[in-house]
Write a protein that binds this ligand. Sequence first.
Ligand SMILES: Cc1ncc(COP(=O)(O)O)c(C=O)c1O
Length: 442
Amino acid sequence: MKDNAYFDNASTTWPKPEAVYLFIDQFQRSHGVNPSRGGYAMAVETEAMVIQTRKLLATFFGFTGSANRVVFTANITDSLNMVLSGLLQSGDHVVITRLEHNAVLRTTQYLSQDNGVEVTQVPIDATGGESATQAQSAAGVVSVDAVRAALKKNTKAIVINHASNVTGRVQPLDEIGQLAKEFSIPLIVDTAQTAGVLPIDMQSQGIAVATFTGHKGLFGPMGIGGFIINEDIDLKVTKFGGNGILSENLYQPEQWPHRHEVGTLPVPAIAGLHAGQRWFNALGESIASAYGITSGKGARTLKVALNNDDLDTPLNAKQHALRVTDAVKHIHRIEMRHLEKLLDVLTRFDHVRVLGGVNTNFENPQVATLSFVSNKVSTARIAESLDADYHVCLRAGLHCAPLVHTDENTIAGGGAVRLAPGLFTDDEDMTQLIDGLLDVLG
Ligand SMILES: Cc1ncc(COP(=O)(O)O)c(C=O)c1O
């Protein structure tokens, strides 16, 4: 039995590709200095790596504007705080959904209480109370008509969680993007659960601001996130401090991205994100070749030759876009296979309810995250048994999206058990988990 059968990828992906670990270590040794502060070669090269990472990410998210509009933050929570606080002021209205993570819910709650911002939480169909059956597979998705109905004259932004971190259900982003375009309202997307798992294209999907976190599907380390924002949006600064640019000025410089990046950047974490991008590229390339990688294990050991000379090589953005799209589709396919197996086990038990409904029609997109409750065995008991007896790493309880738990009636019972397989989940992990589920639920 493995010591750790890891099923907490919705929280953070683990392990990371080997190339990510290696490059963080290598770059920290060769270039552990502050970018954009010094004129010496090491500092300039460090800055080059940071700039390249912005460019790779712009391409990854289908952003056609300047890579200066890729702003690094600590994580997506930080990004959403900055974007929402920078865009919304007293008298403005914002539309969010009841699927949102606390990163959006709490931020808008404070903006409403302290800054006079009006917030509408669009409801989501839920599988509901105790008697709900597993057949309700249409649940968990926001209706575009409901978003349309929530719009007002003073609506200044629509915020949507691309996929729920509780149910894994993917929201109709294309249609909401169309709606946002029709009314010229910026669409802000929380891509925490989808970046690296579903292709995202800001341009064609009508996304004005894509917020991201580095440590989940992008396979970077913790400590790095960001947002990419259309050039026609002016964002008020909400953080203040030095960044090595125009130091004589007592105000933040006008130049993007420095305007919004204060203090020393987390260069080791950016290096990890950089390596992650190159790894996606190599995965896409190997899938396209005759010797394509077909399993998660192959992807993990995928060799990505990264050395510092690469930082001077001009990027081929078109090629990067094609390769990362292939890689992302491949990752999603593998993760869906795991999900199908888990749903097959869980639906054998009448006392089990999958939150958001059982979605096996993957035409209605889904990421590989599901949460369930049982009316026979408590959430706490299931989690304890899987951990103690089967060494399964998972998260049980309330998953930072409290309104989903309210609507799914799972607060009083202590939340739900969440299972989130990933690209690097292997057969042994699956067997360990499935044995545990059959034991504790049977
Ligand atoms: C949908 C969603 N939004 C936001 C977050 C917050 O991510 P981070 O802790 O990296 O800021 C998460 C992570 O759990 C999430 O799943």
